[in-house]
Design a binder for this molecule. Sequence first.
Ligand code: EPU
Length: 429
Amino acid sequence: MEMLRIEGGTPLAGEVRASGAKNATLPVLAASLLLDEPLIIENVPHLEDVTTSNVLLAHMGVGVTMYDNMALAVDASTIVRCEAPYDLVKTMRASILVLGPLLARRGHADVSLPGGCAIGSRPVDIHLAGLEAMGAEITVEGGIIKARAGRLTGTRFAMESVTVTGTENLMMAATLADGDTVLENAAREPEVVDLAQCLVAMGAEIQGAGTSTIRIRGKSRLHGARHRVLPDRIETGTFLAAAVATKGIVTVSQTDPALLEATAEKLAATGARIESGSDWIRVDASAQRPRAVNIRTSPYPGFATDMQAQFCVIAAVANGTSSVTETVFENRFMHAAELERMGAMIRPEGNTLVITGQPTLTGAPVMATDLRASVSLVIAGIAASGTTDVRRVYHIDRGYECVEEKMAQLGAQIQRLPDKQPVGSTVAS
Ligand code: EPU
């Protein structure tokens, strides 16, 4: 086990490059299962979740070759096993993304049920209902989703609530179905659009990705393609939030500011100055302590739940009282108790945290519980005075590429150390 030790009190300053988006890479990797030719994926971030996906693909017999410059070639022509075992699914819920492609191309899939996770119960009932509407027969036996189908048939399916990976799973399945599929109440996240662009490069016919109605015309086969993953808007937003929490000046390059509207609006509401160009964005928060800001998470284009924990840190050091309301996940406030250990004043009220900003936080040993909670503790450690040890750092490695190198590049005093104290088992998020 490892931990991150941070000597806080330094405003972040400088420039850092955005990595490829984790939540776009994972579905694109799964999309390779629709092909019997290679898919070349560029701008792949070096993350634990990507490694887990590659292990899962390799378990199925898929060939994964790594090139320089963060590119992967994935060749599913050699697939021998259409299954995702519990050991892999339990460490990464996004493994459920293989269900739709396997079923569509191979007619069968055995995928372990993900179950609960650190941030809520997170069922996959909508994924399954959509596949059933396309003609699949699905049973759950011994914790394994067993899905069978001849060729899937196109259908009109309205998702009961907005689900990102659910939309992605069904969109992938529909590309090889017989006839047209219309997905209603679809997720509009940029990562859904990125996946659609990859599928179109593979020969799929898709309209409306990025809106709440997606139309897919099924094809009998798709072909090999090359796709470049879009920049990580959450990683970008994380560095910008860190700039505000530490009263710094940070530029993120090789990113897409157009994907960050809701985040940028709230960063500006703290009093920070925001500038951007076509592929960069800068926050200057050096002039004053951030102002309190109220946020409410919702599906895209609303304020991302994946940015909520980072904004809790801004609120914890802001001038005034902020409210942070989580509407997407039922249990995504585990960072609150850890931030309180660092001197944050937080009062939970149902799915809202009322946070009264303090002039300073103080370093403390804290425990990471999920990916975004972990990074919020890193930001808090950089903003605080004194030493913070962030333990269970494996959560952060799942979704942030070289986080300590990037933070150090911006001037943070941060190092990775061995952590000899025993900790519990991994939970997926
Ligand atoms: N939901 C259902 N039934 C379903 C599917 C979802 O009730 O069949 C509920 C969930 O329990 C949740 C809500 O719908 O309350 C939204 O969940 P969604 O399915 O949209 O989440 P996800 O697809 O599992 C993705 C990201 C998450 C991100 C959410 C919301 C990936 C691989 N994961 O998860 O990313 O928080 O969308 O934007 O794309 C992260 O990166 O830290 C992370 C957790």
